[in-house]
Design a binder for this molecule. Structure first.
Ligand code: PLP
Length: 452
């Protein structure tokens, strides 16, 4: 489709008048004006001015196999033509949802065999919380109510998902978020929470904060621990390898459900199919989203382990929970095709072998940059934390909006480079080439130099 017949400015006028963007300061946007994106291919997006942006973020951590794959378009269209919608009442199912649920069960860690679909990561987290509540009710322990999550976590924007998130600006003025049954612990953010420590010792210390909180609350009152394998929106917070086995041990010891949000880490981001494989996690419940369709259509999944599902199914009767678009046929068909392509083209394995060591080496070249206090990464998720003083680790004042400044400089030069607070994040598509990575890092450096 060619949108060039309409001038950029005309789009901006309409945009300003009617379209409320997610996570956006609309007053600033009014001054700057939106870029109007119209086309994507591979790792690039083009706007109405004909300018090309290299996408260092995979959209929002979702476009893992890149833009413009005709196979996914065809999968969606074929399914729409055959059966555009299927409601799940009256004992009805459809092949795409069944096949996708089966496929996920095959590729996920053992024991995760029961899949509930919805449209977004936020909703998948809502489903997970409702499953946790229901599980403990049916297990005869309704007093297990408290959910422990982590600071700097991001689990979504609905009421419960925002409560699980450890990002205070999301809580708003009303005072009812976070919901009182959620509590947050410090996270495995070594640069701030364990400077100078041996990383593996720090991992054990960071896990001990979970046990400490469990004991403060009383183990019999704790329902679940919610966490991302590595925290993306928190600023690429990647725990040391000692962290997760210790978390797993603590959850087991106190019989607390381990709920792992793989909305970003799933589908290859860490160099393994799932972050749970990378870190050796065996979740009781897992949430997937984003990369499940490579962002072509909205779909998420909440997967229950046999332990949880068996009780819900055998003892629970009807579970009064669901969405109009649960298991939407075209979304499921696109996810199946996306997984087929990823397997056929060895996309995760290639990323692990060919790209991730290169990506990490490129990131490491920023050690010593006058603006960068910390460099961290796992797989193709990397973060460069900007500080005012590298010796004292003093941050810039919030009002300086230093990260936004830097992402603006990058975008001017044609790179999507996200600010998560003061951490500049990169999460390129898994199909990016080394040459394209060179461009990403070249522009990232220019943007940082222009910000310093
Ligand atoms: N969980 C994680 C780890 C995320 O990063 C996100 C979104 O960025 C979500 C959940 C929420 O997903 P959605 O935006 O699809 O609701």
């Amino acid at each position: 489709m060619n949108y060039r017949h309409m001038e950029t400015q005309a789009w901006q006028v309409l945009d300003r008048a009617h379209y409320l963007h997610p996570f956006t300061d609309h007053a600033s946007l009014r001054q700057a004006g939106s870029r109007v994106a119209v086309r994507g291919e591979g790792v690039y997006v083009w706007d109405t001015e004909g300018d090309r942006i290299i996408d260092g973020l995979s959209g929002l951590g979702c476009v893992n196999i890149g833009y413009g794959r005709p196979e996914l378009v065809k999968a969606a269209a074929d399914q729409m033509q055959a059966l555009s919608f299927c409601q799940s009442f009256f004992n009805t199912t459809h092949p795409s949802a069944v096949l996708l649920a089966e496929k996920l069960s095959q590729i996920l860690p053992e024991g995760l065999n029961h899949v509930f679909f919805q449209s977004s990561g936020s909703e998948a987290n809502e489903t997970a919380v409702r499953a946790v509540r229901r599980y403990w009710d049916l297990a005869g322990k309704p007093e297990r109510r408290v959910i422990i999550a982590r600071e700097a976590a991001y689990h979504g924007s609905t009421h419960m998902a925002a409560s699980l998130s450890g990002i205070p600006p999301m809580y708003g003025a009303g005072g009812d978020i976070p919901l009182p049954s959620v509590t947050h612990i410090k996270t495995a953010y070594q640069y701030r929470n364990g400077p100078g420590m041996d990383p593996e010792e720090f991992g054990i210390l960071a896990a001990s904060w979970l046990e400490e909180r469990i004991l403060e609350i009383g183990p019999d009152k704790v329902a679940a621990f919610f966490a991302e394998p590595a925290q993306s929106a928190g600023g690429a917070l990647c725990p040391p390898m000692s962290y997760w086995p210790e978390i797993q041990r603590i959850c087991k010891k106190y019989d607390i459900l381990l709920v792992v949000d793989e909305v970003v880490c799933g589908f290859g981001r860490t160099g393994k199919w799932f972050g749970s494989f990378y870190y050796g996690i065996q979740p009781d419940i897992m949430q997937l989203g984003k990369g499940i369709t490579s962002g072509y259509l909205p779909l998420s999944a909440c997967i229950l382990s046999d332990r949880v599902a068996d009780l819900l199914i055998e003892e629970g009767g009807e579970w009064a929970h669901g969405f109009t678009y649960s298991g939407h046929p075209s979304c499921c068909a696109v996810a199946l095709e996306n997984i087929r392509i990823m397997e056929e083209e060895n996309i995760v394995e290639n990323a692990e072998k060919e790209l991730i060591p290169y990506f990490r080496a490129k990131l490491e070249t920023f050690v010593g940059h006058p603006l960068i206090g910390d460099v961290r990464s796992v797989g193709l998720m990397g973060g460069l934390e900007i500080v005012k003083n590298r010796v004292t680790r003093e941050a810039y004042p919030y009002e300086a909006k230093i990260g936004y400044h830097c992402s603006g400089e990058a975008l001017k030069r044609g790179l999507a480079f996200r600010a998560n607070g003061d951490t500049m994040s990169l999460m390129p598509p898994l199909i990016i080439t080394r040459q394209e990575l060179d461009t990403v890092f070249e522009i990232a450096r220019e943007a940082l130099d222009a910000t310093a």
